[in-house]
Design a protein around this ligand. Structure first.
Ligand code: ADP
Length: 246
């Protein structure tokens, strides 16, 4: 059996100055896998290469044994992708958009309609499914992005910063949904995030990358073992908190 995802000396350069992935070699087995690293670490680039949307500069990668350069179309039939940025048409309903995406992935019309109802219920948008997406909150839009990623019953999900733009309560809901999607549907999932504290709750295995290099690949337990130190992650107000602590 080949690994779910395998890369060998995978390198991606943009132009001659930016090295987004630098000689990356890793093997990923099924589960819920966190891909963690600061902004600019190369997470999105890696996901796009795995989808066959971007070509590597050198090195190679396979997804379920298929080569990302020659078998991109087959890979995309078996993989669901939640892109980082807003990519939803505002004047279309969730039902129409998700079933269209299902058709694009090869589902017959009736099956696409059925699966759309099922996945919109799963993500908690069943009641709102006929409203145009433009009127949705950020959290609802993220859930539409998740629904279109799972409509064709993929074997692997690639989620790029699924909690982007959400408030803490929205993040918790989204992470819970990601966890339920991975476990209830049994879909292997890679979740990219710049917040370790956030994905450690839903992942069983972590890949940490920085500047396109692999820092560590290990079960989550080894990242969060006791050190006698308490880490506090802040989105803003760090100076104020530091001053108060002093
Ligand atoms: P992450 O998803 O971890 O934030 P990215 O893969 O988006 O990281 O980016 C990795 C590096 O590649 C960054 O330095 C980013 O500025 C650069 N980069 C990403 N996309 C492009 C592009 N299309 N053209 C040029 N540079 C890019």
């Amino acid at each position: 059996m080949s690994a779910l995802i395998a890369t060998r000396a995978l390198t991606k350069r943009y132009g001659s100055h930016v090295t987004a992935l630098d000689d990356l070699t890793l093997d990923v087995e099924p589960g819920i896998i966190g891909l963690v690293g600061p902004n600019g670490a190369g997470k999105s680039t890696l996901l796009k290469i795995l989808l066959g949307l971007l070509g590597p500069t050198s090195g190679s990668a396979t997804v379920m044994g298929m080569d990302v350069v020659s078998d991109g179309a087959q890979i995309r039939q078996l993989v669901g992708y939640l892109p980082e940025h807003d990519c939803l048409p505002p004047d279309v309903s969730a039902t129409d958009f998700v079933s269209h995406m299902g058709r694009m992935s090869g589902l017959p019309a009736a099956a696409a309609r059925e699966r759309t109802a099922e996945v919109l219920r799963h993500v908690g948008l069943y009641e709102e499914r006929y409203r145009p997406i433009g009127g949705y909150s950020t959290g609802m839009k993220q859930r539409v992005k998740l629904a279109q990623a799972i409509v064709h019953d993929p074997k692997l999900l690639l989620l790029d910063e699924p909690t982007n733009g959400l408030d803490p309560a929205g993040r918790d809901e989204m992470l819970d949904l990601v966890h339920r999607t991975g476990t209830e549907f049994g879909i292997a999932t890679v979740v990219a995030s710049h917040l370790l504290g956030e994905i450690e709750r839903v992942c069983s295995f972590l890949l940490a990358i920085d500047a396109g290099k692999l820092l560590r690949a290990a079960p989550i337990s080894s990242f969060v073992e006791h050190t006698g130190t308490l880490g506090v992650e802040l989105e803003d107000g760090a100076d104020l908190l530091a001053a108060r602590l002093v």
